[in-house]
Design a protein around this ligand. Structure first.
Ligand SMILES: NC(=O)c1ccc[n+]([C@@H]2O[C@H](COP(=O)([O-])OP(=O)(O)OC[C@H]3O[C@@H](n4cnc5c(N)ncnc54)[C@H](OP(=O)(O)O)[C@@H]3O)[C@@H](O)[C@H]2O)c1
Length: 344
């Protein structure tokens, strides 16, 4: 048990004022006292995910109660033993309610659920680990899940060869860029779909064979089925874009629904499913993965990072930059990943 101390750090606290307006601010943070099932981590870096932007806006689906400290991912140093890991171990912590039902990583100190604590692969710095974070886990899980769902026999039988065009939407975003890299590293021909033409070069460096606008990616005409073009789609946007893309998935193809930056609703027909055997797979990286699975995924993320690091845009933020970045992210204006450095 640690003894309480004077404030020795800071955190980004999202609160509601008397008029009901949500606001965030930098506040001093005391070193917390560890309690049952949770261990103290000194945070070195925290990944900035779309969920964190939602938490900064007070979205009740993420920030379960206010005041709240966002941050669903963190990397730092264990201050006390956690399971088999001794104090002083560099660790990553993701999911398990962090930054949602529990205070998150946008802080100098974090009380992490023991089950969420994973040894950081030695080749990853805290910043690199957080450039990956939940976005990286999600991208890798989506690629592997789709690879297992595509019905190659059905594709061949219906006239498709083993060519494999994988479309990734929201490709300038954190999950999108990492999905481009992960799908290309797995040997697929990747079409990156983005509204932002200036990121085209980065996307090609990460492995995209082509960069398309959403207009290019959508088949013209309003018919329920367009000619089959994509073997797989990794969709981080949702809404009307996902509905349109379902029309162009090939027989036996598969689609991963990951995000909703472009809308929550899905107005589509069932024809891609019942006439082409298309599979629509939901990805919930927070809930799908056990801790053992995360332990196995992190070394693979480290390998992926070694391939993408020279090209991957990572923006470093201080805690007092959190509010502005959240606003830009919700407006769809950010690129790549941002990492918050609490001690800066
Ligand atoms: N299911 C899971 O387990 C899981 C895990 C992580 C994240 N997510 C979700 O995946 C999505 C992407 O997360 P992220 O961290 O990669 O976010 P991000 O970095 O903000 O990327 C989102 C991207 O979506 C695109 N977009 C298209 N229409 C948009 C609109 N109307 N408003 C804002 N963006 C729009 C933009 O890319 P372009 O400009 O290039 O088109 C934007 O960069 C989010 O919805 C997030 O909640 C889900």
């Amino acid at each position: 048990m640690m003894s309480p101390a004077l404030p020795s750090g800071h955190c980004w606290l999202v609160s509601r004022d008397d008029a009901g307006a949500v606001f965030g601010r930098l506040v001093p943070q005391a070193r917390p006292i560890s309690n049952a099932g949770r261990v103290l981590v000194k945070v070195e870096a925290a990944g900035f995910n779309y969920k964190d932007a939602l938490a900064c806006s007070g979205h009740p689906g993420v920030a379960r109660q206010l005041p709240h400290v966002p941050g669903i991912d963190a990397a730092g140093v264990l201050q006390e033993p956690a399971d088999t890991l001794p104090a002083g171990t560099p660790v990553v912590v993701t999911g398990n309610g962090l930054g949602e039902s529990l205070p998150g990583g946008f802080a100098s100190w974090l009380l992490a659920p023991v089950d969420a604590v994973i040894r950081r692969p030695p080749t990853l710095s805290a910043i690199s680990a957080m450039a990956l974070g939940t976005a990286g886990l999600t991208a890798v899980v989506a690629v592997e899940r789709l690879a297992g769902l595509i019905d190659w026999g059905y594709q061949r039988q219906t006239g498709g060869g083993r060519t494999s065009d994988w479309l990734v939407t929201g490709a300038s975003g954190g999950v999108g860029m990492l999905a481009v890299a992960a799908a290309a590293a797995a040997g697929h021909r990747v079409l990156a779909c983005t509204r932002k033409s200036p990121v085209a070069e980065v996307l090609r460096s990460l492995g995209a064979a082509e960069v398309l606008t959403p207009e290019d990616a959508i088949a013209p005409g309003g018919k329920p089925l367009a000619s089959g073009r994509y073997t797989a789609v990794i969709d981080t946007v949702g809404g009307p874009l996902l509905a349109e893309l379902l029309r162009s998935v090939r027989h036996g193809g598969a689609v991963a629904s990951i995000g909703n930056a472009g809308g929550l609703e899905l107005h589509a027909t069932v024809l891609p499913f019942i006439l082409r055997g298309v599979t629509l797979a939901g990805i919930d990286a927070a809930g799908l993965l056990t801790n053992d699975q995360r332990r196995q995924l992190w070394p693979r993320l480290a390998t992926l990072w070694s391939l993408v690091e020279p090209h991957f845009p990572v923006r470093l933020l201080e805690l007092d930059g959190v509010g502005e970045w959240a606003g830009r992210m919700l407006a769809g204006e950010t690129r790549g990943r941002a990492v918050v450095i609490p001690s800066a």
